[in-house]
Ligand binder design. Structure first.
Ligand code: UT7
Length: 323
C-alpha cells in the first residue's frame, strides 16, 4: 500500500513580534486578560513586504532543505490559506513561480483554520491515487491584513506565519507501524458560517472585509467537535489516545487545547503548545507547532503524531501520521 511519508518540514515567521502589552494603548485590554483567557503572549505581524506568498515560499524552501530536495523534485503544491495575495490566481501558483518551478501543478485550499489538516488529507489522496509523488503542503496566513484593529475581541487573538511539509510516496505494509499518513477524518457544517467569517468578498461587497467572530459561540462548539473527529480517526486507525506520542492541535486557545486533551485522555506532556508564541495563525498554526516540536527534538522519526484543527465554516478535522 502506498503511504505519504513526511520527508521534511519548515517554517517562516514575520520579523516583527507584537507582545500583548503592545495592544494596551490601542484597545481596552491587558496582558493579564489575554494570557488568562487564551494563553497567547505574543504573535508575529507581517510588514508590507511580507505576504502570504513570501512567507509560504520561505517555509517551503526550509521544508525542501530539510528533505534534501529541490523544487525540481516536487510535482504538486497545495497551499492552505484564507488570506491569499490576490483573489486569483491561487497564491500556490505564485509560490510555485517564486520557487522557479514550471512543471507540475499547484492550488489553494480554503478551510480557514482547518486548512492545513484538509491539505494534508488531500495531498495523501493525490499521492495514493498516483497523481503526485512528492507534494509540498503549505499553510501560510497574514490574518493581520483582515483584522479589525479596533475590535479587542478579535485583534489580540491572531498572528501571521507559515509552515510546510514535504510528503513523498513510499510503499508501506498497510499496518499501523507504517510511516506516513495513517488515517484522516474531515468535517464541515455551514449552519455555523456566521459565527466566524469575513464580512467582505469579491462576489458580495467587492472588498476584502474584516474578520468577525462570536468567540463564545465558537468556544462552546470547539471541544465537542474536536474530540468527535479525533475519536473517529482513532476508530479508523484502531488505536487509542495512549498509543499517541504527540498531539499537535490547532493553536487558537490554550483552554480549548487543554479541555480537548483532557476529554480524550491525552497526557499533558504529549501536547505541543505554541499558542503563547504565535497566537492563532489559522492554517499555519499546525505546521508552525510541528516545526517547533521537531526543532527541539520532541517529534522524532517513527513517532505517532495526531494533527487536529477546527475553524470558520465550521470546518474541523484530524490526521494521524507516523513521522
Ligand atoms: O481558530 C478558529 C477557532 N477560534 C477559536 O477557537 C476562538 C474560540 N473562542 C475563544 O477562544 C474565546 O471565546 C475568546 C478568547 C475569544 C474569548 O474568551 P471568553 O472567555 O469566551 O470571553 P467572552 O467572549 O465571554 O468575554 C468575556 C469578557 C467580555 O466582557 P463582559 O461582557 O463580560 O463585560 C468581553 O467584552 O471579556 C471581554 N473581552 C475582553 N476584555 C479584555 C473580550 N475581549 C477582550 C480583550 N481584553 N481583548
Amino acid at each position: 500500500m502506498i503511504r505519504s511519508v513526511v520527508r521534511g518540514n519548515g517554517a517562516a515567521l514575520p520579523r516583527r513580534i507584537m507582545k500583548n502589552a503592545d495592544f494596551e494603548g490601542m484597545v481596552e485590554t491587558s496582558d493579564e486578560w489575554i494570557v488568562q483567557r487564551t494563553g497567547i503572549r505574543q504573535r508575529h505581524v507581517a510588514a508590507d513586504d511580507e505576504t502570504t506568498a513570501s512567507l509560504g515560499e520561505a517555509a517551503a524552501r526550509a521544508a525542501l532543505d530539510s528533505a534534501g530536495m529541490t523544487p525540481a523534485d516536487i510535482d504538486l503544491i497545495i497551499l492552505a490559506t484564507s488570506t491569499p495575495n490576490n483573489t486569483f490566481p491561487a497564491t500556490a501558483v505564485e509560490i510555485q513561480n517564486r520557487l522557479g518551478m514550471h512543471h507540475g501543478f499547484a492550488f489553494d485550499m480554503q478551510a480557514v483554520c482547518s486548512g492545513f489538516v484538509y491539505a494534508v488529507a488531500t495531498a495523501d489522496l493525490y499521492i495514493r491515487g498516483g497523481l503526485a509523488k512528492r507534494v509540498l503542503v503549505i499553510g501560510s496566513e497574514t490574518f493581520s491584513r483582515i483584522l479589525d484593529w479596533s475590535d479587542r475581541s478579535t485583534c489580540v487573538l491572531f498572528g501571521d506565519g507559515a509552515g510546510a511539509l514535504v510528503l513523498e510516496a513510499e510503499e508501506g505494509a498497510g499496518a499501523i507501524t507504517d510511516r506516513g499518513v495513517l488515517a484522516a477524518s474531515l468535517r464541515s457544517d455551514g449552519a455555523h458560517k456566521d459565527k466566524l467569517f469575513v464580512d467582505g468578498g469579491p462576489s458580495t461587497t467587492g472588498t476584502v472585509g474584516h474578520l468577525r467572530m462570536e468567540g463564545r459561540e465558537v468556544f462552546k462548539h470547539a471541544v465537542g467537535m474536536i474530540t468527535d473527529v479525533i475519536e473517529a480517526t482513532f476508530g479508523e486507525a484502531g488505536i487509542t489516545a495512549q498509543d499517541l506520542d504527540w498531539f499537535v492541535p490547532h493553536q487558537a486557545n490554550k483552554r480549548i487545547i487543554d479541555a480537548s486533551a483532557k476529554k480524550l485522555g491525552i497526557a499533558e506532556e504529549k501536547v505541543v503548545v505554541t499558542v503563547d508564541l504565535h497566537g492563532n495563525t489559522s492554517a499555519a498554526s499546525v505546521p508552525l507547532a510541528l516545526s517547533v516540536a521537531v526543532a527541539d527534538g520532541r517529534i522524532k522519526k517513527g513517532d505517532l503524531v495526531l494533527l487536529e484543527a477546527m475553524g470558520g465554516g465550521f470546518t474541523w478535522g484530524a490526521v494521524l501520521l507516523r513521522w
